[in-house]
Design a protein around this ligand. Structure first.
Ligand code: F0G
Length: 475
């Protein structure tokens, strides 16, 4: 028997002896269908990565063994969701699946109006266009790439108002997604106009870190005093609810579903990428409580997405998402979902690998600066680490550092974020504990490898959201 320490789902380490006495939990599902994946040779991986310009976004998925690029649209659907696909009502207007989706969103998120979109950025686009005027300021708890792009595209300036701890990968703060109320108040008082505050739960770029209920309530109160609405990025709000249940006093006896509803009640609407929490491969929505704003959004959605009762989705996609929402708010699902992420995080912590703590809801984030001490940010440490990981074992991860941060619109210089991270993102219900063991072993091998690379040079840089398509060469 293996005598090495194993982390528990909550991240603490136990020994084999203790393991015999503990009672394990397992996923609340069994596997009905499998999809083969391919182990490649080091030579094949070198060729594939070089052809992809050292950008993991440009690899063919066929050449990837364990794909932790993203949790977006990569979930495994349940048999109930697949059955729902067969019940797609593909009418152009008024599909019954739209009404099922509206019902599910109202029941679990509580908002009045539902405007479906093809995915999250479709909703961000519509929201930004109907609310932002040139010269506005949009405060938010750290930026997200597409969200900030649409805010800036509509003429706003984004201002980060997250607490300082969020920028420190080693800070153990339980709610690193929280808004710094003093920073927010300064912006509300000094900006010419603030059309809304953007509250993301959880915060992807901070490492999948949650916002506390207390903070959401306080943000709402502060914004209400200034007459400014709060718009949530609800992409991973159910994971956020799970963390509130586990960490915030007074919530351990509440269900994830109850917590989610309360959280949403402190916001005036949301943009949503259904490709994450809602367990589907495509889909999203915009929710609003205000009738006049919802009319504006319905007006615009027909220009960019599709009629307001499908917004770019097929009827079957809406049915799968309605069912996915129901499944996503179940406590058993969330325990296994976040538990698996914490399992991988715990393995890495037990081996001394520098990761962002606390372990996030959808991913484990490697601190690339501590993998390559002394490597300048201009040599793209996180991009380099993602490349090395793929070369070692065929695991695909994503850069979340200077490449993702892009350039300052005004000065043309790189944004230099404090966090230079590589994200190991866990798709929902897709990989097993054995896959997580293989990933951890590969990360440890890269971390302990004494020969360190010098970094990368960017040889092609797209104008927008450059991380998706940029190309690099080895230094
Ligand atoms: N907001 C957050 C917090 C996200 O993580 C994403 C997507 C979006 C909005 C945009 O949603 O992709 O449906 O248009 N995040 C993916 C990721 C791409 O890998 O983190 P979308």
């Amino acid at each position: 028997m293996n005598s090495s320490p194993h982390p528990t789902p909550s991240g603490s380490v136990r020994t084999t002896g203790q393991q015999l006495r503990r009672r394990s939990w397992a996923e609340p599902w069994k596997i009905k269908m499998v999809e083969p994946i391919k182990v490649t040779t080091p030579q094949q991986r070198e060729a594939a990565l070089s052809a992809a310009g050292y950008n993991t976004f440009l690899l063919r998925s066929e050449d990837v063994y364990i794909d932790l690029l993203t949790d977006s649209g990569t979930s495994a659907m349940s048999d109930w969701q697949w059955a729902g696909l067969m019940l797609g009502d593909e009418a152009y207007a008024g599909s019954k699946n739209y009404y099922h989706l509206e019902e599910a969103v109202r029941r679990h998120y509580g908002y009045k109006h539902l405007i479906p979109t093809h995915q999250g950025r479709g909703a961000e686009h519509i929201l930004s266009q109907i609310m932002i005027r040139p010269g506005d300021t949009v405060p938010g708890n750290m930026y997200f790439t597409t969200t900030r792009y649409h805010q800036e595209h509509a003429g706003a300036q984004f201002v980060d108002v997250i607490i300082d701890e969020a920028h420190d990968p080693a800070s153990p703060h339980a709610f690193k997604g929280d808004v710094d109320l003093a920073k927010l108040e300064r912006v509300l008082k000094s900006a010419k106009r603030v059309p809304y505050v953007c509250l993301a739960a959880t915060v992807n770029m901070a490492g999948g870190q949650p916002v506390s209920m207390r903070n959401a309530r306080a943000v709402k109160e502060l914004c209400a005093r200034h007459g400014v609405p709060v718009m949530m990025d609800a992409t991973r709000a159910v994971e956020n609810a799970w963390f509130i249940k586990c960490r915030e006093p007074g919530y351990s006896e509440k269900s994830c579903a109850q917590i989610l509803l309360e959280f949403c009640s402190y916001t005036d609407g949301c943009t949503m990428s259904g490709k994450k929490d809602a367990l589907v491969n495509i889909g999203g929505w915009l929710s609003l409580n205000d009738d006049a704003l919802a009319d504006k959004a319905r007006n615009l959605v027909v220009v960019y997405e599709g009629l307001h009762t499908y917004g770019g989705m097929a009827g079957r996609d809406m049915e799968a998402m309605a069912r996915g929402i129901e499944e996503s708010v179940q406590d058993d699902h969330m325990r296994a979902r976040v538990g698996q992420v914490e399992y991988l995080g715990g393995l890495l912590q037990a081996s001394g690998v520098p990761v962002v703590v606390p372990i996030g809801g959808h991913a484990v984030y490697l601190d690339a600066r501590r993998f390559y001490p002394g490597m300048p940010q201009d040599n793209f440490p996180a991009q380099t680490l993602a490349a090395e990981l793929y070369l070692d074992g065929g695991v695909r991860a994503m850069e979340r550092g200077v490449v993702s941060a892009g350039r300052d619109k005004a000065t043309g210089r790189h944004h230099y974020p404090k966090l230079e991270l590589v994200r190991l993102t866990i798709p929902r219900r897709v990989y097993t504990q054995a896959h997580m063991d293989v990933v951890a072993e590969s990360v440890v091998a890269v971390y302990e490898n004494p020969s360190k690379p010098k970094g990368l040079r960017m040889v092609y840089e797209p104008e927008y959201l450059r991380f998706f398509q940029a190309r690099f060469e080895l230094l």
